[in-house]
Design a binder for this molecule. Structure first.
Ligand code: ADP
Ligand code: MG
Length: 457
């Protein structure tokens, strides 16, 4: 990696901690720093929509973080990848070697995802550090690798954000692939992708595609299953997929951020299927495991860090291994940039910056800001009475979110939005609510806006 790529990696590691995961993946995962000269940095985004969204929502964060890391930056500009002159830069990145910890190397790693299995080869059991907090999940995974489809089926792994669920279930897939080669067909999918496929199949009258894609496998790995709760068609389709696979002793591996009984909108029949297998959790790593994780990752990347700094990191970051990696990425950046050992002050500062979390609660004005930024209209227009087509849907979405995220009363909502009658608010809520069920486009929009609301405080 050159300096520019390293700088960008460090910026991304920083931003990753400040915005939600889905937002990060949606908007910034495929970004690159294509130029950094004379104080002007140029960031490339994959399409115009992403470019505009990043400009609106994340410019301040990006600029701040770049200034932090490289004092000489005066200005950040954004371009669409396709509009760049095609020659030099493109070819370079394809072959660049991965540096950086964990998802910090996403842009690079993502290119290597196997299109047949959707597995990312970076997730291996070898690189998975085992401690008391994840021992059970690890040994259950090891057991199914040896006895695919017959030992624990399904294997259901749950735990909080950034604690290694995706890593472990993908590692299971990779391990099975390398053990059994072409004799098994493995498929990894997030539950969002599964949902999108179901929506697509329904809209296009192609239900058989789901069967073809999801039942013709020996191992189905489904990540973050909690998101299918409440999506009836998807749940139904998954139920049938599950049964078809299970009856034929095909292995099913599921991850979730909570146990089946705590997914409130999950259909009973699915819940009981999940509970019919092996359920294991990954809890928070204890201090010793955190130190082991930090030390191993530092060693893998040849970064030197004194014990007292390791101790600081292990004490400050207790609940999220991804956060630990974010800090290590920043340290790595400083070390390679300034080519000297890190002093405690710098380490302290980096850790403090990385661990300050916004604890604020969602407010109506955040919803207003996010919706108007998303649709690029002013908040006056959003909340006003004009009935122009371009204001009506955003306004209904805002009303829907007031209800959905803040449980505001209909009269309050109506009052907030142009002093309308409360039936208008009821109508808007119902319209969007049923719209989401019928349109993946709309539900995608809502999901993105919600993520922004949740994080840009
Ligand atoms: P989750 O899916 O639970 O949110 P991930 O699997 O994405 O978490 O893990 C977050 C990051 O931490 C990843 O980069 C992953 O490689 C790393 N990680 C998590 N657990 C471990 C572990 N036990 N050993 C090494 N790295 C880990
Ligand atoms: Mg995950």
């Amino acid at each position: 990696m050159n300096d520019r790529e390293e700088l960008w990696q460090a910026v991304l590691s920083d931003i990753e901690l400040k915005i939600s995961r889905p937002n990060f993946l949606t908007w910034l995962k495929n970004s690159r720093l294509v130029e950094n000269q004379d104080g002007i940095a140029m960031v490339a985004l994959p399409n115009n929509f992403a470019k505009e969204w990043v400009e609106v929502k994340y410019h301040k964060l990006i600029l701040g973080s770049m200034r932090d890391l490289s004092g000489s930056i005066k200005k950040v500009e954004y371009v669409v990848e396709g509009n760049l002159s095609k020659k030099p830069l493109r070819q370079k990145i394809v072959k660049r070697a991965p540096i950086g910890f964990g998802d910090g190397q996403l842009a690079f790693q993502e290119m290597r995802v196997d299109p047949k299995t959707n597995l990312n080869p970076r997730y291996t059991l070898n690189s998975f550090i085992v401690g008391p907090f994840n021992e059970l999940a690890h040994s259950a995974t090891a057991a199914i690798i040896e006895n695919v489809g017959v030992k624990y089926n399904p294997l259901f792994i749950y735990g909080g954000v950034g604690l290694g669920k995706t890593h472990l279930i993908q590692a299971a897939g990779n391990e099975i692939m390398s053990l059994y080669k072409d004799a098994v067909r493995v498929k990894y999918v997030t539950s969002e992708k599964f949902t999108n496929d179901v929506v697509w199949a329904i809209r296009n009258g192609r239900a058989e595609e789901i069967k073809k894609n999801y039942r013709d496998v020996d191992v189905l790995i489904i990540d973050d299953i909690q998101f299918i709760g409440g999506k009836e068609k998807t749940e139904e389709e998954f139920f049938h997929t599950f049964n078809a696979l299970h009856e034929n002793n095909k292995q099913i591996i599921i991850s979730s951020d909570r146990p089946p009984r705590a997914i409130p909108t999950l259909e009973e029949r699915l819940r009981s299927r999940f509970e019919g297998g092996m359920i294991v959790d990954i809890s928070y790593p204890e201090y010793e495991s955190r130190v082991a994780i930090i030390k191993t990752k530092l060693q893998e990347h040849g970064v030197e860090l004194d014990d007292s700094s390791i101790d600081i990191i292990a004490k400050r970051v207790q609940k999220n291994i991804r956060e630990i990696e974010g800090i290590l990425n920043k340290l790595l950046f400083y070390q390679t940039t300034y080519k000297k050992a890190l002093d405690t002050n710098t380490v302290d500062r980096i850790i403090a910056e990385a661990t300050q979390q916004s604890m604020n609660k969602v407010s109506p004005s955040q919803i207003i800001k996010a919706v108007s930024a998303f649709f690029e209209i002013s908040s006056n227009d959003l909340l006003g009475r004009a009935r122009n087509k371009e204001f009506v849907e955003p306004r209904q979405i805002a009303m829907f979110l007031f209800r959905d995220m803040l449980s505001m009363s209909y009269p309050d909502i109506a009052n907030r939005v142009g002093k309308r009658d409360h039936t208008t608010a009821i109508y808007a809520y119902k319209k969007i609510d049923s719209g989401i069920k019928g349109s993946s486009d709309l539900s995608q929009k809502i999901m993105m806006i919600k993520e922004v609301v949740n994080k840009t405080v």
